[in-house]
Design a protein around this ligand. Structure first.
Ligand code: C2E
Ligand code: MG
Ligand code: MG
Ligand code: MG
Length: 279
């Protein structure tokens, strides 16, 4: 009867919820030891100029746990943010990235390459963050101009005034900023003007449907025009096919990132690519 069905349904949801809570706590336990157990590594995904030149790469965090196997950042980053673990984890990513930049500076082919590091807004709000970036740059000797900090549009909008102050302080160190997943939030143009940005990153969702959906094409056109008028570089992420790449080029896009041009991979693979393959 209805009462029984109701109870069963309740039990069903309950056990599903329980499984979720258990999975979450297993992840959390694993995550707490991941740094000390050296389970993190970094992948690098190349970013290209339309002339075929490698500009640098985006740094993407990877976690391999002995019991859990590989865990996607889409899964563990939110958990790291909620628990505060993102602060030591983010500091490690920054340290490794700056060390990599410093290493490249001795190599004439790579001396100008940048690295784009993803930030959580929680790191930005940490009172010690500006000091951390300054010290990491100093200790490693990385050129601040080659360090790009990526912030997502939606994260930024939460506490915009505080974010602007922090970005200005970091900007004074010489680092640059890219606005990630652009187009998925609702940035007002007046805010965009006030943020010390250097680049907009077109969200991969618009690139994915670019050839089929006229409104996605319109959005990409608008972002490119916005970049032009605000004098910001624009990069497209998630470029998977030649057709998408050519369509983006036709719309005037200058910078590209995606599986077509290079998958995220260990740093050694990155250094072998100097030309846009097959284009
Ligand atoms: P994101 O910053 O927008 O990074 C782009 C994501 O798209 C990456 O997923 C990348 O592997 C994937 N991707 C690259 N090219 C393509 C493509 O052509 N097609 C498709 N379908 N996907 C592509 P990933 O590595 O799983 O990272 C997911 C998200 O996790 C990132 O999104 C970023 O927000 C976050 N994340 C990664 N590393 C870090 C980190 O060190 N710190 C913080 N705070 N967040 C990070
Ligand atoms: Mg990113
Ligand atoms: Mg992105
Ligand atoms: Mg994205």
């Amino acid at each position: 009867d209805a009462k029984n069905r109701g109870r069963n349904r309740y039990c069903f949801y309950d056990s599903k919820l329980q499984a979720k809570v258990l999975a979450r706590s297993a992840l959390h336990t694993g995550l707490r030891h991941a740094l000390s157990q050296q389970q993190f590594s970094l992948h690098f995904q190349p970013q290209y100029h339309r002339d075929g030149q490698v500009l640098g790469a985006e740094v993407l965090l990877r976690w391999f746990d002995a019991e859990l196997g590989p865990v996607s950042p889409a899964e563990f980053i939110p958990l790291a943010e909620d628990s505060g673990l993102i602060l030591p984890i983010g500091a490690w990513v920054l340290q490794q990235s700056c060390q990599q930049l410093a290493d490249w500076q001795h190599d004439t082919l790579k001396a100008d390459w940048h690295l784009a590091v993803n930030l959580s807004v929680r790191q930005l709000h940490d009172p010690k963050f500006v000091e951390l970036v300054r010290n990491t740059l100093q200790q490693t000797g990385a050129n601040p101009a080659n360090l790009v900090l990526e912030l997502t549009e939606t994260q930024l909008l939460e506490d915009i005034e505080a974010v602007i102050v922090k970005m200005q302080q970091l900007g004074e160190l010489g680092v640059r900023f890219s606005l990630d997943d652009f187009g998925t939030g609702y940035s007002s143009l007046s805010y965009l003007k006030r943020l010390p940005l250097n680049q907009l990153k077109i969200d991969g969702s618009f690139v994915r449907d670019l050839l089929d959906d006229p409104s996605d094409e319109a959005i990409i056109r608008t972002i490119l025009a916005l970049g032009n008028s605000l004098e910001l570089a624009v990069i497209a992420e998630g470029v998977e096919t030649v057709e998408q790449y050519l369509a983006l080029r036709n719309l005037g896009c200058q910078q590209f990132q995606g599986y077509l041009l290079g998958r995220p991979a260990p740093v050694a693979e990155l250094s072998t690519r100097h030309q846009t393959p097959g284009l």
